[in-house]
Ligand binder design. Structure first.
Ligand code: CAA
Length: 265
């Protein structure tokens, strides 16, 4: 369903060259993830995923305060067990779509990234944050646990003890902690965030698209595998890339001392 006006659109899209900027747009509720917002995000991901002109995506939140302050507590408060489980599965499946999009998705964390908001950051390829951003999984303060991947992805990313400390205390952490633990790769002044994220995304978007998709796929596949199995996946993907036009073009361009013009094939 197409919202009536841009202001009503729960996920705004603005294209800058080959980069799509998606802005989660419920600022009055600090971009809390309710069902309609998750549905719209899924639509937008499908849209940019199938748009050949788009080669990288930046995800951010609207307003000054929040990236995403979590799943919508008002919506969840009266859920029964089955509805809550379904809601978790819906959120997980939308976030899983980011992994299988075949295009890098960079989070530009402009404020609170709590609960489902932090879980959304974890599902992205990497994140750049404002120095004022705040991170945490406060679900235990509400009597629940993270449901959109936080118990799984956070431990894999920052280690079991760090993850359990965050999950069990429910504490909110500053951007410096997020940088130190590797949750985000760069901190920037709040007013620079969007331009820096778009500039990094443009650089990513200029690289070979087939290679970009393979890189994320192999990193994710190897995440849970013994090293030897992961290395085999890497070698197989490396080999497959030599069937692509992008490999021919990328290496020819280097040898001819000119910029590559990738077709994404
Ligand atoms: N769900 C629904 N509404 C939310 C929300 C959320 N997660 N977070 C903020 N809001 C709403 C507030 O209710 C408030 O609405 P009203 O103006 O109508 O009262 C509005 O956004 C502004 O928020 P505050 O007035 O609370 O703003 P603040 O600056 O005082 O505090 C905050 C900011 C610390 C982020 C605080 O809003 C907060 O603690 N939010 C909840 C964070 C949270 O617990 N997130 C986890 C949700 S559970 C989850 O995500 C489960 C999962 O893994 C799937």
């Amino acid at each position: 369903m197409e919202p009536n006006t841009v202001a009503d659109d729960l996920v705004l899209r603005r294209d800058e060259g080959a980069v799509a900027l998606l802005t989660l747009n419920r600022p009055k509720a600090l971009n809390a993830l309710n069902q309609p917002l998750l549905t719209r995000l899924a639509e937008r991901l499908r849209e940019v995923g199938t748009d050949d002109a788009i080669r990288a995506v930046v995800l951010t939140g609207s307003g000054e305060k929040a990236f995403v302050a979590g799943a919508d507590i008002a919506e969840m408060a009266d859920y029964d067990a089955a509805t809550a489980q379904h809601f978790a599965l819906v959120g997980q499946s939308v976030f899983n779509h980011i992994a299988s999009l075949g295009k890098p998705v960079i989070a530009a964390v402009n404020g609170f990234a709590l609960g489902g908001g932090l879980e959304l950051v974890l599902a992205c390829d990497f994140a750049i944050a404002s120095q004022k951003a705040k991170f945490g999984l406060p679900e235990v303060t509400l009597g629940v646990i993270p449901g959109f991947g936080g118990t799984q992805r956070l431990a894999r990313l920052i280690g079991r003890h760090n993850a359990l400390r965050w999950i069990l205390t429910g504490d909110v952490h500053g951007a410096d902690d997020a940088l130190r633990l590797g949750l985000v790769t760069q901190l920037v002044e709040p007013e620079q965030l969007q331009s820096v994220a778009l500039e990094v995304a443009q650089r990513v978007a200029s690289r070979g698209p087939v290679a970009l998709a393979a890189a994320r796929q192999v990193v994710d596949q190897g995440w849970d595998l013994p090293l030897a199995d992961g290395l085999r996946k890497e070698a197989a993907a490396f080999g497959r890339l030599f069937k692509s036009a992008d490999q021919k073009e990328g290496m020819a361009a280097f040898l001819q001392k000119r910029p590559a013009k990738f077709l994404g094939k």
